[in-house]
Ligand binder design. Structure first.
Ligand code: BGC
Length: 746
């Protein structure tokens, strides 16, 4: 990796004082100040009100462009509008693409123009911080490496893979001059209907917290320049993932206790890890839009958690306080509300309405200038921490990152989750005659998901040439494969005719990508035509292997009995076809595990850590907790046995739990050791169990490993009646696989 050396002389930046030879300690997430770094408090003192409010303004590409980017029409900047934004309006930040991913050259050109103007043509020479949704790789850069979406990364239960993906994403993002990544999504996904389920790390708070932390630390790791490659964003603070109706950006009702128990911990950890920026949930929680919540943004996030970075609004969310939430009668009043609540930067993103309104509010004395100074100090500090004052220019010469493709393939392989394997039909022998069908067979979009070259990811023409479909991979690696075109599915006779004579029918099913509002659905059920296809094929007596590529768990109850094997591929990205065929053919032993409970019915969406009262069977004998597949489930081609579970609960030391896991099969394989703990009786109704530890092991046939978990009292605690984390002594049950041991913990 080459370092990012300074391309521009700091002496041009007349507006700030230089700290000479001031080197601070380097710790996780912290960065050194170099000779090029400004004295931020002095810089803020030197700024006019318009310059300060400009720093708090973030615009997207539309207002500064003349041509939208699309296949066949490359994006073009409008120089006059750019000048207005940067020189006259002093804006501090830009984001996004104008509709489509750009090439390396286009990015380098764009960023060079933007930063040159900001540094050379403005009074203070403050560089722009440019934000992008590099959600699963730098997905708005045509030559970047895409990875599985978050839910697939979570299925690996592998912090190293998550970190490697984040590290590569950050490097590739910085290489084209982008210094701010609006990721990761730290929303704990406890509502499977939610259209952004695929971006999350699943339904469990511990898994989401640990994987989120791995992502953030890797993104913000210091590069050779001595600065992190990008500022990461913890989003969306908080409660976005739990809309009552399941629809995007609709109200959530989350009492403080639940907020602290399930939704705040990943953000708390992110703040402890030194996350530089945070984005706000567009929706409301408990009747208050989060953007207008002084309690959430200032009291909890800034004061209690000690967050020192930038709080940015989400897309056009100030306007939504007027148009959608109706807590403000005018836009100006909405600006007052969000600034008083604690936001530092507005993703406006189309105009200067925020800028004008905020200047007016300060000039008339409604908002004190000291409040503006606080936000501007935060913004400039993040710019300094991410090394923008030292070097704001792209360094595409570091591309390509050699190991990137292999890392993405590895992640895709480890995400593959084998849900069912009747009579060990998988791996295939290689001698079967195979028929391939289903809507995801020849659609690259299904495998990538949204945030892929375009926002929704649905524009096939925007994908790089040569991107493989599942069909490409199946037909090139399996013998005598025949394919039924998806359009022919409407004709069951045709499908039947094809299926007779096939030993195995591989059906690539799932869900068309979509995200945010366009991703709202009425039901989790798999679309009817796909259910009909499975039935038609099964009638012929062929073995049926279902491979699912989808945004969220679509209900497969009706087709599950017909499927001999089910492989869940999530949205695995460009190496997904290879990874899936590796598993079908046995070249890779699957080891993904569900990071969520796979529901059997749309109307029974109960997470694994349900409360006892949710089990109607206790009173009425009905089977209320009956998911299709349990949280943590995932099959292997080898077998694992667990033994010697031991729990040491000495006082006052930590609780130590150890267990032996042995690969008792004939193939090498990986397993995820999952430690669940049940608090038998507690003053707040306890969950039936909670995940309290996990570890992934890689074992040769016959090999054993002892896995040890060390738990503090707070690891076994919960949010009590006073809405604080407490631990109550008593009886706990420690469970790994089918072993369990009770212990008194005091
Ligand atoms: C999304 C954010 C995203 C932002 C910028 C919003 O619509 O909710 O997650 O970071 O757009 O693209």
């Amino acid at each position: 990796m080459k370092s990012f050396s300074s391309a521009l002389s700091p002496s041009r930046n007349v507006g700030f004082l230089v700290i000479l030879a001031c080197i601070f300690a380097i710790t996780g997430g912290q960065v050194r100040a170099q000779a090029t770094d400004p004295d931020i408090s002095q810089l803020v003192k030197d700024m006019t009100l318009a310059e300060k409010v400009g720093q708090m303004t973030q615009l997207t590409m539309q207002p500064i462009s003349s041509v939208r980017g699309w296949p066949g029409t490359p994006f073009e900047l409008d120089q006059e509008k750019l000048k207005e934004a940067i020189v006259e309006r002093h804006i501090g930040s830009l984001l996004n693409v104008y509709d489509m991913a750009m090439t390396t050259d286009q990015w380098v050109d764009l960023i060079t123009q933007v930063q040159s103007m900001a540094i050379n043509d403005t009074r203070l020479g403050i560089p722009i911080i440019y934000g992008i949704d590099a959600v699963h790789g730098n997905n708005y850069h045509q030559e970047a490496t895409l990875f599985p979406q978050g839910i697939g990364m979570a299925a690996t239960w592998n912090e190293e893979l998550v970190a490697e993906g984040a590290r590569i994403t950050a490097l590739e993002t910085r290489a084209v001059g982008l210094t701010w990544n609006f990721a990761p999504v730290l929303d704990v996904a406890r509502q499977p209907l939610w259209s952004r389920f695929f971006e999350s790390y699943g339904e469990d708070v511990l898994l989401a917290t640990r994987l989120g932390s791995a992502n953030i630390l890797a993104q913000q790791e210091l590069g050779e320049s001595g600065y992190p490659n990008v500022a990461a964003t913890a989003k969306h603070f908080v409660g976005y993932s739990m809309p009552l109706s399941g629809k995007d950006r609709t109200p959530a009702w989350i009492p403080e206790r639940m907020l602290r128990e399930y939704f705040l911990p990943p953000f708390e950890k992110a703040v402890d890890d030194g996350i530089l920026t945070l984005m706000v949930n567009s929706a409301e929680v408990n009747g208050e839009p989060v953007h207008a919540s002084h309690w959430l943004l200032t009291e909890i996030l800034k004061d209690e958690m000690g967050f020192e970075g930038i709080i940015v609004t989400d897309w056009e969310d100030i306007k939504k306080l007027v148009d959608s939430h109706r807590v403000a009668g005018t836009f100006k009043e909405a600006v007052r509300q969000v600034v008083e609540a604690g936001i530092d930067m507005a993703m406006v993103p189309y105009d200067y309405t925020f800028t004008d309104a905020l200047i007016e509010l300060v000039e008339e004395g409604t908002i004190p200038e000291s409040r503006i100074d606080e936000s501007v100090t935060r913004i400039l500090a993040v710019k300094q921490k991410v090394g923008l004052f030292a070097d704001a220019m792209p360094h595409a010469e570091v591309l390509p990152i050699e190991s990137a493709g292999a890392a993405s393939l590895e992640a895709a392989r480890e995400s593959m989750t084998l849900l069912k394997n009747r009579e060990g039909i998988l791996p295939l022998q290689g001698t079967e005659s195979v028929l391939l069908a289903g809507p995801a067979a020849d659609a690259i979009t299904y495998l990538h998901g949204s945030w892929s070259y375009t926002w929704q990811g649905m524009e096939e023409g925007a994908y790089p040439e040569g991107t493989k479909t599942f069909e490409d991979e199946v037909t090139s690696r399996m013998n005598g494969v025949r394919v039924v075109d998806w359009n022919a599915h409407q004709d069951p006779d045709k499908v039947r005719a094809f299926a007779y004579g096939a030993d195995v029918v591989v059906l690539a099913l799932g869900e068309v990508p979509s995200v945010e509002k366009p991703g709202d659905i009425e039901s989790l059920d798999l679309p009817e035509d796909q259910i009909a296809l499975v039935r038609t094929v099964a009638e012929t007596g062929a073995k049926v292997v279902v491979v699912l590529f989808q945004n969220r768990p679509r209900v497969i109850r009706e087709i599950e009995p017909y499927a001999d094997a089910i492989l869940l591929g999530y949205q695995p990205g460009p190496y997904g076809p290879q990874a899936a065929v590796d598993v079908l053919s046995g070249e890779v032993n699957p080891n993904g595990h569900l990071p969520f409970t796979y529901p059997r019915f749309s109307g029974s969406l109960v997470p694994y850590d349900y409360k006892w009262s949710e089990r109607a069977d206790i009173l009425f004998g009905q089977n209320a907790i009956n998911p299709q597949y349990e949280f943590g489930h995932g099959l292997s081609y080898t077998s694992f046995e667990y033994s010697d579970l031991s729990v040491q609960a000495g006082e006052p030391g930590p609780v130590t739990v150890s267990v032996t896991v042995t690969n008792t099969g004939e193939l090498p394989g990986k397993d995820v050791v999952q430690l669940f703990v049940r608090d038998e009786v507690a003053s707040i109704t306890p969950s039936n169990k909670r995940l309290r530890g996990f570890d992934k092991v890689d074992l040769a046939p016959g090999e054993s490993a002892v896995v040890t978990f060390v738990l503090s009292r707070s690891d076994l605690g919960f949010i009590g009646k006073e809405n604080t984390l407490i631990f109550e002594s008593g009886s706990f049950v420690f469970m790994v696989d089918d072993l369990s041991q009770a212990a008194d913990v005091r």
